[in-house]
Design a binder for this molecule. Structure first.
Ligand SMILES: [Zn+2]
Length: 202
């Protein structure tokens, strides 16, 4: 059956027969050399595991304080959402909305959507709207900028450390871990596995 399946090159539209590949091999277009598909082993399982780990780190990153500042005997700590409300209270509404969207809303939506796709697939259940959910993930993913926020946070921490005592909170470490688990989930996700997994359910 697999040998009769035709696949269109995403770059030049050349139709080619799909062939079975060895693990980690990549099929290239015979005309233009573009990547047609790749063969991964347990790609969806790894993606699910890293997505679940991401959910855990995301919850920790939002519940616990990001960092505590100690200056002249007084101490203040803030959570991620606290940082967003602090930005909003300083009339930096657009920056606050950007931080809220790129570090809280988009990662949360992306993880929820990925779990909606992957958990039923793992359990062999059929849920509606998988293709639309996947397109939604593809659309919002570029707006998840956990690593950009983390970089900005580290720069601020280094700068603040010269004038105040900065104590990193649980959320800061969790945020760092979240950055890696989200990247790992994206790395292991092979859309072809998803479509092959869905094939029996039409
Ligand atoms: Zn091609």
């Amino acid at each position: 059956m697999a040998a009769q399946t035709l696949i269109a090159c995403p770059e030049c539209d050349q139709l080619q027969h799909e062939i079975a590949l060895a693990p980690h091999a990549i099929a290239l277009c015979s005309r233009c050399g573009a990547q047609l598909y790749r063969q991964t082993l347990h790609g969806l399982d790894y993606t699910l595991a890293f997505t679940l780990a991401s959910v855990l780190f995301f919850l920790l990153a939002n519940v616990f304080p990001l960092l505590r500042l100690e200056l002249q005997g007084s101490s203040r700590s803030t959570t991620l959402f606290g940082a967003v409300t602090a930005l909003a209270s300083q009339e930096l509404i657009s920056v606050a909305l950007l931080v809220l969207a790129t570090t809280i809303l988009v990662p949360a939506l992306e993880m929820a959507a990925m779990l909606y796709i992957l958990v039923p697939l793992k359990l062999g259940a059929n849920v509606p709207g998988v293709a639309a959910t996947f397109r939604f993930v593809q659309m919002i993913r570029p707006w998840g900028m956990v690593e950009v926020f983390m970089l900005g946070l580290l720069v601020s921490v280094v700068k603040l450390a010269t004038s105040a005592t900065v104590i990193p909170g649980v959320a800061l470490w969790s945020f760092g871990a979240l950055m890696f688990t989200l990247s790992a989930a994206a790395h292991f996700f092979n859309p072809r596995d998803l479509w092959l997994g869905l094939r029996p359910y039409g």
